[in-house]
Design a protein around this ligand. Structure first.
Ligand code: HEC
Length: 487
């Protein structure tokens, strides 16, 4: 059996803290860890591990990580009380009529209570060929996982949605977070031994809603590229939307070709002919399709249009807004590949819904921290960036996203007005693999005198050297993104 070791920083903060080692082999012979999913903007090679079954923890970690099955659950609902054998009537005991020995309401069952939750909240990822390690479409598969399902659901690890509940923060749209009532049903079902219930009277399953995608007008596609076994890589492809007039990107859908190797991707606009020339020169220098962009970024300055991570589906920018795509200019499609143990030919594409005009032009603004390196061996190092909008007058914030690398512990994006912070996004337990973009339920108007504040905190206990700022995986980043329009 092959073995490999993991650096401590490879674990999610959650896994580090809880001591639960969440490492599994993918079905479809995908021999790598699931721990490193990200939609990281500019984050490079995750330096993870293509390794088989056995996992050895680096000595440094041995005391921190006790690979353990998720066994304890903090707040199980009181299980239906069973009568002690002595108090069960003799004939019941003889006939083994267990249900008579229960009190209280019947436990939730799969068909009556739990299946509708799984169908809308889980199977987008947990399906045959989906990105998650097992399907939650059928009773048997769900029942087999009941204990770990209860645990991840109760701790809000699943569905992935690291943003804290709305306490004190602006409410978010289309939250994936399960309600307390849904959690109680799933946990109660597992606690009762995952009863199947009656398939004939199953509760109706309402399919989840996905944003509509009307015009699949333009599709920009990477050249077919052979992803050979080896380390993670960033590959950039120059693509041409072929526009003679500026258009506006209102929605996009990513058509992943080989999902076993495509980890996350970004589509960037090049607005300037000079920058385009620099990028094309980079492309020409690399003989294979596209060019390697692990080092030195894209080769020219660009503007973000699309960030996509596995588990995302169609994304629609809030109506009536859209991001400008410049006429006669090309785009760069940057794909983070996570190779497997055989070569695969990938041709991933992004479908773009482009409109001739939108009522408000959207813009992705960012605020980031740079400066002195982070000190090593600290459990909680906090950095803060703050800044005022560079234009005069108010701007409207529609959505937010935070970005850090693997040492990230928590992140917060706020607007400070007259010294008082108003929270837009709070991620108290950073999950490197789930760097989601969050839409605000209500647009937030930022006044000219308001300040945007981004706070990131890191756990550097795994490092012995100061940690610098940069795009590579052993460096760190702290960026807050806001999707804004001018009212
Ligand atoms: C956006 C995609 C997505 C959604 C939605 C989602 N999952 Fe997952 N789930 C994953 C991925 C990917 C993994 C494997 C990686 C990991 O363990 O973090 C996973 C792992 C799991 C695991 C195994 C955890 C472990 O490490 O033992 C369980 C149990 C689980 N999911 C249950 C659920 C349930 C129940 C729901 C719905 C209430 C759900 N998931 C919704 C993507 C998703």
């Amino acid at each position: 059996m092959r073995s490999c070791s993991l650096r401590r920083s490879s674990f999610t903060p959650f896994a580090r803290r809880s001591g639960v080692l969440r490492l599994r082999r993918r079905p479809r012979s995908r021999a790598h860890s699931e721990l490193a999913r990200t939609g990281a903007v500019g984050s490079v090679a995750l330096a993870l591990f293509a390794c088989g079954g056995d996992v050895r923890i680096a000595r440094e970690d041995a005391t921190h990580v006790a690979p353990a099955a998720p066994t304890h659950i903090d707040s199980w609902p009181e299980p239906s009380r069973r009568l002690s054998p002595a108090s069960v009537p003799a004939e019941a005991r003889r006939l083994d009529i267990a249900p008579i020995a229960r009190t209280g309401p019947p436990p939730p069952t799969y068909h009556q209570d739990v299946a509708p939750i799984f169908a809308t909240r889980c199977v987008t990822c947990h399906d045959e060929g989906g990105i998650a390690p097992f399907s939650l479409r059928a009773y048997d598969a769900a029942a087999a996982q009941a204990e770990s399902i209860a645990w991840v659901v109760e701790h809000h690890i699943m569905p992935p949605w690291p943003a804290a509940p709305t306490d004190g923060c602006e409410p978010l749209r289309d939250s994936r977070r399960l309600t307390d009532a849904e959690v109680a049903l799933v946990v109660g079902w597992a606690a009762a031994g995952a009863p199947e219930g009656d398939a004939d009277t199953a509760a109706p399953i309402v399919p989840g809603t996905e944003p509509r995608f009307t015009r699949s007008a333009e599709a920009v596609s990477a050249e077919p590229y052979e992803v050979a076994p080896g380390a993670d890589q960033l590959r950039c492809f120059v693509v041409d939307p072929g526009l003679d007039q500026d258009r506006f990107l209102t929605a996009f859908r990513v058509r992943v070709d080989r999902s076993e190797v495509v980890h996350h991707l970004m589509l960037q606009a090049i607005d300037d002919a000079g920058q385009e020339e620099l990028i094309l020169a980079r492309d020409r220098d690399d003989p294979a399709p596209g060019y390697a962009c692990d080092e030195g970024g894209l080769g020219g300055s660009t503007r973000g249009l699309v960030v996509w991570a596995q588990g995302d589906r169609t994304r629609r920018w809030p109506e009536p807004t859209g991001l400008r795509v410049t006429a006669h200019r090309k785009l760069v499609l940057q794909i983070h590949y996570h190779p497997i143990d055989v070569s695969v030919l990938d041709r991933t594409a992004v479908e773009l819904e482009l409109e001739a005009r939108v009522a408000r032009e959207g813009e992705m603004r960012s605020l980031s921290v740079a400066g002195s390196p982070l000190p090593p061996r600290e459990r909680d190092v906090e950095v803060v960036a703050s800044g005022r909008p560079t234009r005069e007058g108010p701007i409207v914030v529609h959505g937010v996203r935070a970005h850090m690398h693997q040492l990230g512990a928590r992140a917060r994006i706020e607007v400070v007005r007259d010294g008082t912070p108003r929270c837009l996004l709070d991620i108290p337990d950073w999950q490197f693999e789930w760097q989601l973009f969050y839409d605000l339920a209500r647009p937030f108007v930022m006044e000219e005198t308001d300040e945007l504040r981004v706070t990131c905190a890191y756990d550097t206990t795994s490092r012995i050297e100061p940690v610098g700022w940069g795009t590579s995986s052993d460096e760190e980043m702290c960026i807050g993104y806001v999707y804004v329009t001018v009212p």
